[in-house]
Design a protein around this ligand. Structure first.
Ligand code: AGP
Length: 613
């Protein structure tokens, strides 16, 4: 996700825009840019890097103008560089636009515009949209606002856009669908932003634009809004209550909690444009060129660290179960030094939220030197790992600020599920009916995660009971074993309670000696092939006075009778349970850490990206 700002009024726009971008930098920070209109002179300054880099870049340039737009980028299409930074010009350079979102059908639109003579400078979907708007304006001989409306009826995807026309210094045009936008109404001035943080210090009166609405923001006039279907709407002006610091976290106390709650959207975004159960297709454009390598692969090797390694473990179950390809999951730090055997027909998949983890990068280079095909699953576009791989799929989870990885994990597992399904279908190792059944079930996951989030208060109560534990055990079988590991990692890294994840059956081979009435045992005991076996494991724990907190499928009664506490999650296919069952464990660790007074977003001794060995 990116940060967008706009200003029109009686003050100099530059300082307002730059301060606004700084407040939005948590939304994306790989490149930034602004456009200012000083009478008839349009000045666009943009560069790779952070907002401070943009400020330094513009230091000796003309920064006059009482109207302007600004953007801080989280790349989705096109690597972070000066050319791909926003704002983007239209073909004639009369229009400039900033955009937050993903235009899914930008490819065909771009091809059509090229046929009509349009030349593009960047790799972005944004530039295609502003060219389309101008193309319509010229063809239909309409004002920019009407051209925007017509264009948005042709667009598939999410957008929050602001457009400035060189020949009209008295109007900004804004529109949104699927990405947030707030308009601040001041005295003879208007502010536009992705959220209220850049606005709240100037005015408390805001309008939250609704999906498929266009705002016509004219100097000295009332705000005008209409839908892309040309229906006039009365602006609903609200008064902001939240304080600035809270706003940056979207009203949440911590980035980690915000990111846990973003998962219905981030899982949806990781599927956006890639999955259609109606058409029965999975499209992963980033790996199409290397799909044959997957189909011929004798082995897949995952290399990753931490939470990303846990996602890789889910990937092992997915690819072996669905695509019948042998898989190994390697800690990158071990792989890089143990002189591993790597064959040229191996496919190595590197998983990394930051795309900068040193051990994972080194593992990639080693595997590449042995001739393997390297596929990346990263969250940061243009990151070192993304650039070091032959191909890959971005997770599109948006910036993950909290050190404890949450939405990145579920986005990684979503992308791995899509990959495994696509390869399994191509290899014919799953039936068409099973394929379609899983596509529909995958599409339903965001809503199921939403339902789990509604149980937050009851999870908080359980956290209260176990917040003073010294140790904890997490148990799971099958697809839930990696989730047990992930739940244990979450707890230990933010609450500093020692926790271990184990395959439930392995408990008998040692850890059962740890069980006593002081030991909380978190068990993922959802309906599935190993349910009865997990029930037996629970009985073994109970027999030793252990405390059981079980994640169960909605309506479960059997485990409910045995466990000290149960957390119900909506039923889903066994292979998709990790996407849902991890959420209660994220919330549990979050609440326990908060109750213990820990620094949840920046836990001691940890960094968000481990760029050193
Ligand atoms: C997970 O909560 C931790 N922050 C850590 O284990 C992290 O997953 C690991 O360092 C890998 O980071 P990456 O995904 O950016 O490569």
């Amino acid at each position: 996700m990116c940060g967008i700002v706009g200003y029109i009024g009686n003050k100099q726009a530059y300082p307002i825009l730059m301060k606004g971008l700084q407040r939005l930098e948590y939304r994306g920070y790989d490149s930034a840019g602004i456009a200012l209109l000083d009478n008839a002179e349009m000045n666009v300054y943009k560069c790779k890097g952070k907002v401070i880099d943009l400020h330094n870049f513009a230091a000796d340039k003309n920064k006059n103008g009482t109207i302007g737009i600004g953007h801080t980028r989280w790349a989705t299409h096109g690597v972070p560089n000066d050319v791909n930074a926003h704002p983007h010009y239209s073909g004639s350079k009369n229009l400039v636009m900033i955009h937050n979102g993903i235009i899914e059908n930008y490819g065909p639109l771009k091809e059509e515009l090229k046929k009509r003579g349009h030349k593009f400078l960047s790799d972005t979907d944004t530039e295609v949209l502003i060219h389309l708007i101008e193309d319509i304006q010229e063809k239909e001989q309409v004002r920019v606002g009407e051209a925007v409306r017509i264009a948005l009826n042709q667009v598939v995807g999410a957008y929050a856009i602001v457009i400035l026309a060189k020949d009209n210094p008295n109007e900004l045009i804004a529109a949104k669908k699927g990405s947030p936008m707030v308009i601040g109404i001041g005295a003879d001035e208007f502010f536009i932003a992705s959220d209220a943080t850049p606005i709240v210090e100037y005015t408390k009166n805001v309008v939250y634009l609704e999906d498929e609405e266009i705002a016509f923001i004219e100097r000295g006039k009332e705000l005008k809004i209409k839908t892309i279907k040309n229906k006039a709407k009365t602006p609903y002006v609200q008064e902001l209550e939240l304080q600035l610091e809270a706003l940056e976290k979207g009203g949440y106390d911590h980035f980690m909690l915000k990111e846990i709650y973003e998962q219905p959207r981030s899982i949806k975004d990781s599927m956006r444009g890639r999955l259609s159960s109606a058409e029965g297709v999975v499209n992963l454009g980033g790996i199409t060129e290397y799909e044959q390598k997957f189909l011929n692969a004798k082995r897949i090797i995952f290399v990753a660290c931490g939470t990303s390694w846990h996602a890789g473990l889910v990937g092992e179950y997915l690819f072996e179960d669905l695509a019948r390809i042998p898989v190994e999951v390697e800690y990158a730090s071990e792989f890089r030094y143990r002189n591993p055997i790597v064959y040229e027909d191996d496919v190595v998949i590197a998983i990394s939220q930051s795309g900068e983890t040193a051990d994972t990068l080194a593992a990639i280079e080693l595997a590449k030197s042995k001739g393997a095909t390297i596929i990346g699953i990263c969250n940061v576009v243009g990151s070192s790992i993304a650039r070091a791989t032959h191909a890959g799929s971005y997770t599109h989870a948006g910036p993950e600020i909290g050190v404890a990885s949450t939405k990145a994990f579920t986005a990684q597992v979503t992308v791995l599920t899509l990959m495994a399904l696509r390869i399994a279908y191509r290899k014919g190792t799953i039936s068409a009916s099973r394929f379609h059944e899983l596509l529909s079930e995958l599409e339903a996951i965001p809503a199921k995660v939403e339902k789990v989030l509604e149980t937050n208060k009851s999870i908080q109560k359980i956290a209260e009971i176990y917040k003073d534990s010294s140790n904890a055990l997490y148990l799971g079988r099958g697809y839930s074993f990696p989730v047990a590991l992930e739940g244990a990692l979450k707890l230990k890294e933010i609450s500093y309670i020692h926790a271990e994840g184990y395959p439930a059956a392995e408990m008998k081979h040692g850890p059962i000696a740890l069980i006593d009435e002081e030991m909380p045992v978190f068990v993922i005991a959802t309906k599935g092939t190993s349910y009865e076996k997990v029930v037996s494991n629970i009985q073994e724990v109970k027999a030793r006075k252990g405390k059981i907190i079980a994640i169960v499928t909605e309506g479960d009664t059997q485990v409910k009778e045995m466990a000290d506490y149960t957390i119900e999650i909506p039923e889903t296919d066994e292979i998709l349970v990790p996407l849902v069952s991890v959420v209660p464990l994220q919330l549990l660790s979050y609440h326990i850490a908060v109750m213990r007074g820990c620094n949840v977003d920046q836990p001691r001794n940890l960094a968000k990206s481990v760029t050193v060995e």
